[in-house]
Design a protein around this ligand. Structure first.
Ligand code: Q46
Ligand code: ZN
Ligand code: ZN
Length: 309
């Protein structure tokens, strides 16, 4: 297989795009494509301040790397979840994130959940009895809350996460299986800013997971290979496997699934629901928007934790 641009031996072959590239041209192609998606979906401009949520994994570190190479003003946010899982998961992912920031002279904010709220994620989960023995529900809730809080308090215009196409297609698949209208309405490359919440964007949402792995490796980015120990056996991983089976026999199926969804929604698939007003108001404690009557889910969970102590 030869590089389409220069004829040298290709190092990345993307059947889904009918495109093969050598390492050098691949490292040009990824930022070019990212820039195209940023513009296409009006994610942000070069005047805006971007906060990138970094976990130490290949996607978020690559995203940060790409944005900086493209000359965007991007700082990092690392959330210390306090997850060990026998592999020192949080410790190692924080080390790699700090190393990446230092090597590239980038600004990194670190929030340690245990220091901030008295307990690491697995214990917050135990104490609040949320999530059926797995900390993921509490973890997801806390991550969202903290990302919003830091972006707002430090005056960032936009919050960027490293979700790739495999992540997005798997979430979309899960939501479609049960026709989760409200989630389907909100899933996409951009979630506009609302009272107290900054705009959220996913610049990598059209890249396959293996494309991001290839990018990180080609750029020599050191990232944590292990998944969070609690990810094993999750539904989202199961859906990813199903979609990969589909992709094997029909290259490009995953991308089509996601893009056609965005198109159908743009053309009014969920119009009726969109018109019905979502009843959101600020949480009486932290001010973030919520559909719950008084406190948002995060503040309610923390209240439970406080009462249990
Ligand atoms: S939610 Fe669950 Fe992830 Fe949190 S506890 Fe680990 S697997 S990190 S995306
Ligand atoms: Zn080439
Ligand atoms: Zn709240």
């Amino acid at each position: 297989m030869k590089c389409r641009k220069c004829g040298a031996k290709a190092s990345v072959n993307m059947r889904q795009h009918k495109l093969a590239l050598c390492k050098e041209h691949y490292l040009e192609w990824v930022p070019e494509q990212t820039e195209r998606f940023i513009k296409k979906y009006n994610m942000f401009t070069r005047d805006e301040k971007i906060l990138v949520a970094v976990s130490g994994g290949k996607d978020s570190l690559s995203l940060w790397d790409i944005l900086v190479r493209l000359d965007y003003r991007a700082d990092g946010l690392y959330l210390g979840l306090g997850i060990d899982g026998g592999i020192g998961y949080s410790h190692e992912s924080q080390r790699l994130t700090e190393k990446f920031a230092a090597q590239n002279h980038l600004k990194l904010h670190i929030v340690d959940i245990e220091k901030e709220y008295g307990q690491p994620i697995p214990l917050l989960s135990d104490i609040s009895h949320r999530g059926h023995g797995k900390p993921c529900a509490v973890c997801g809730l806390t991550k969202r809350h903290e990302m919003n809080r830091i972006a707002r308090d430090l005056g960032y215009d936009v919050l960027a996460t490293g979700h790739n196409l495999d992540d997005e297609a798997s979430v979309l698949f899960g939501n479609t299986l049960v026709w989760e209208g409200d989630f389907l309405l909100r899933q996409g490359p951009v979630l506009p800013a609302a009272d107290g919440l900054s705009r959220k964007v996913k610049p990598l949402c059209r890249f396959y997971e293996r494309e991001m792995a290839a990018y990180a490796i080609a750029r020599g980015i050191e990232y944590i290979y292990e998944e969070c120990p609690f990810a094993a056996g999750s539904t989202s991983i199961y859906y990813k496997e199903l979609l990969n089976q589909l992709e094997t026999t029909r290259p490009g199926a995953k991308l089509t699934f996601y893009l056609r969804f965005l198109e159908a929604r743009k053309n009014g698939l969920f119009q009726e629901r969109e018109n019905r007003e979502l009843n959101l108001h600020p949480c009486s404690n932290c001010g973030q928007l919520t559909s719950a009557p008084d406190l948002c889910s995060f503040c309610r969970m923390m209240e439970k934790v406080r009462l249990a102590e």
